[in-house]
Each structure stands twice: as structure tokens, then as C-alpha cells.
Ligand binder design. Structure first.
Ligand SMILES: NC(=O)c1ccc[n+]([C@@H]2O[C@H](COP(=O)([O-])OP(=O)(O)OC[C@H]3O[C@@H](n4cnc5c(N)ncnc54)[C@H](OP(=O)(O)O)[C@@H]3O)[C@@H](O)[C@H]2O)c1
Length: 314
């Protein structure tokens, strides 16, 4: 997996961004990306209709908006929730795309959440679901776009950067498969929300899919160092370890009190590059993602200047 996944992109430049001008139905408004999008819509003065299954979770988010309740397994409830929709964003897993296509009015503009997991060489249900969802959108001929984010960081409770920081707090060294040389290109949640907004504002009449990612790929070991520094932690030395033994040890994290869980498959994915060309994202959406240093400073509530290294190891 590397830069040049442009087979999914369509040619053409950005079109002028205007107001959406109609309420946006946000399916999965209680998800991390859904809640962040609702906040971004509110900040932009755009109306939205939260569509979700758990009103208590919605209330806990302290967001304005009258929710419509729909479990995605119930076609009628979803159809009722989307009955008057002209713009629908789905922040739920892409496997639900057929349900959303079936429930949304045929002319509604769709913005769906995919994942760059769809490019992984390692087969799993998550990647399979994203590929199936994307295929369903592209085959539908409907006006919609599936955005495939790379690793998203920066939201409350996310299990990427925050979990890594929690791990680094406990580990004296960082055992990484292949020494952590494989590439990652994380995108901050605020940029994901900006991409959703831009996609909603762009007129479209055919389906497409687009990768959204941070500005530059970097080796996982450098990402780890950046996270440690931004979190104000000692930078651990990186210990190169073959992926096989690490995969066997990963399930033991479940047994260690206070230790964030790591799955064996996550270790395997750390051995493949996840680097992407964001030229099409810039051209189609007009979004310039923030540098990692800025996103990490936002994540850990620091100013950009206040992210000193306590230790220069690794
Ligand atoms: N996290 C990342 O780094 C990353 C990267 C790329 C793509 N993505 C994609 O981003 C999306 C959200 O990811 P996340 O990890 O942040 O997940 P999440 O917060 O757990 O969100 C999942 C959402 O799906 C809803 N949902 C699940 N089953 C449902 C059902 N039967 N009926 C109604 N709603 C249902 C959940 O509702 P409840 O709130 O009621 O549980 C929740 O709102 C996923 O599509 C994921 O593939 C994430």
C-alpha cells in the first residue's frame, strides 16, 4: 500500500464551496466522527438532524438537535428517519451502505465513511465490509462519495494516539515489528470533519471514493516519538522485534491491569505501509490537513511551542 491509490479518484478541480443550505442528516451522530461533525456543522451555522439508536448517548454529548431514532438493522425506522433528507452523512461502518442507500431518498447527496483498511493486504471483516460498502455505492449510480480516512486521531476516547500515549506511559521500551519502519499518515478528526463539510458542499451527480489522510507519511517509530513528546512523556527506546513473537504476546495485554489492549492483527498491520497521495483530496475537497505536530498539540491540549522532549532516546 503506498501513494498512488488514485485509481479511485475522479479527475477535476475543486468547485466553489457554498453553504449546504439544507439540514444534514447525520447517521451515527453518537460515533466519534459523528459527534465531531455535528459540532463542526453547528460551528458553521449549518442545520443538522442527528440519526442514532441510543438517546442517552446523544444527551451525554450535550449537543443541540432533536434526534431521530433508528437502529440500522430496521429498514423502516431508518427510512422514516431519512424521509426528507437531501444531504446524508453516514459516520457508521461502511458495511451499512446498502441499508443507507435503501433508506435515503434517491436524490439525496450521500457522504459515507469508509476506511483505508480497504487497501490492507491482510483480509479481515472490517476491510471486507468497507470494500463491500464502497462497491455498493459505486454500483448504485447515486450522487455520493465514500471518504476513506487513514488512522483518525484527536477525538475524546479515540484508541489511536491516546491509547499509544497510555501505552508509552507504562512501557520502558517500545517493541516494534521491523523497528517501526512502516509508514503511517494519521489525520486529525477536525480535518476529517472539514472533509465531510467540503464533500457536502460540493455538487455531485455520480458516486466516487476518495482517500483522506494527514499531510505526510512518516515511519511509525517517528510517529511514536512525536506522540510521546506531545504527551510530555519520556521517549522510549525502540526495540526492533519480529512481528511473529509480538503477535503471540499481544493478547497478554488483556491480562495486565491498566494496560491498553492490543490485538495480534494490529501488530501485523504495523508491518505494512499506510501512505497515500492526498493530491486528489486537496483537489476535490480543497482541504489542507494540519501537520501532525499541530494535531498532537491540539490532542494533548498544548500550544504548539509547548511540546518539549523530556528525553532524546530512540
Ligand atoms: N478510528 C479510526 O481511526 C478510523 C479510521 C478510518 C475509518 N474509521 C471509520 O469511522 C467510523 C467510526 O469509527 P469509530 O471507531 O469512531 O466508531 P464508533 O465511534 O464506535 O462509531 C460506530 C457508530 O456506529 C453506530 N452503530 C453501530 N451499529 C449500529 C446499529 N445497528 N444501529 C445504529 N447505529 C449503529 C454506533 O452507535 P452507538 O453510538 O449507539 O454505539 C456508533 O455511532 C467507522 O466507519 C470506521 O470504519 C475510523
Amino acid at each position: 500500500m503506498s501513494a498512488g491509490t488514485g485509481i479511485l479518484q475522479r479527475a477535476g478541480g475543486p468547485r466553489p464551496a457554498g453553504r449546504i443550505g439544507a439540514p444534514v442528516h447525520v447517521v451515527g451522530a453518537t460515533s466519534r466522527p459523528g459527534a465531531a461533525l455535528c459540532r463542526a456543522l453547528a460551528a458553521a451555522g449549518e442545520a443538522f438532524v442527528p440519526v442514532l439508536r441510543d438517546p442517552a448517548r446523544w444527551r451525554a454529548l450535550d449537543l443541540a438537535g432533536e434526534p431521530r431514532l433508528a437502529d440500522l438493522r430496521g429498514a423502516e425506522a431508518l427510512q422514516r428517519a431519512l424521509r426528507d433528507a437531501t444531504h446524508v452523512v453516514a459516520c457508521v461502518h461502511a458495511q451499512w451502505t446498502p441499508a443507507i442507500l435503501a433508506a435515503a431518498p434517491p436524490a439525496a447527496r450521500l457522504v459515507l465513511t469508509g476506511s483505508t483498511r480497504r487497501f490492507s493486504r491482510w483480509p479481515d471483516a472490517h476491510g471486507d465490509g468497507v470494500r463491500a460498502g464502497e462497491a455498493a455505492l459505486l454500483a448504485s449510480g447515486r450522487p455520493g462519495i465514500m471518504l476513506h480516512p487513514t488512522m483518525i486521531y484527536g477525538t475524546e476516547g479515540e484508541n489511536n494516539v491516546r491509547r499509544l500515549a497510555a501505552l508509552l506511559r507504562r512501557l520502558p521500551v517500545a517493541p516494534l515489528p521491523g523497528g517501526g519502519r512502516a509508514l503511517v499518515q494519521p489525520i486529525h478528526q477536525d480535518d476529517v470533519a472539514r472533509c465531510f463539510l467540503a464533500a457536502l458542499r460540493r455538487p455531485a451527480d455520480t458516486p466516487e471514493a476518495l482517500v483522506i489522510a494527514g499531510p505526510t507519511p512518516l515511519a511509525y517509530r517517528d510517529f511514536l516519538v512525536a506522540v510521546a513528546r506531545a504527551a510530555g512523556l519520556r521517549v522510549p527506546a525502540v526495540l526492533p522485534v519480529p512481528a511473529g513473537p509480538l503477535r503471540l504476546l499481544a493478547p497478554l495485554t488483556r491480562l495486565l491491569p491498566g494496560m491498553p489492549r492490543i490485538e495480534a492483527d494490529e501488530i501485523r498491520r504495523l508491518t505494512e505501509d499506510k501512505a497515500f497521495d492526498i493530491g486528489p483530496m486537496r483537489a476535490r475537497l480543497g482541504v489542507e490537513p494540519m501537520p501532525l505536530a499541530e494535531g498532537l498539540a491540539r490532542t494533548f491540549g498544548q500550544g504548539l511551542a509547548a511540546a518539549p522532549a523530556r528525553d532524546g532516546a530512540a
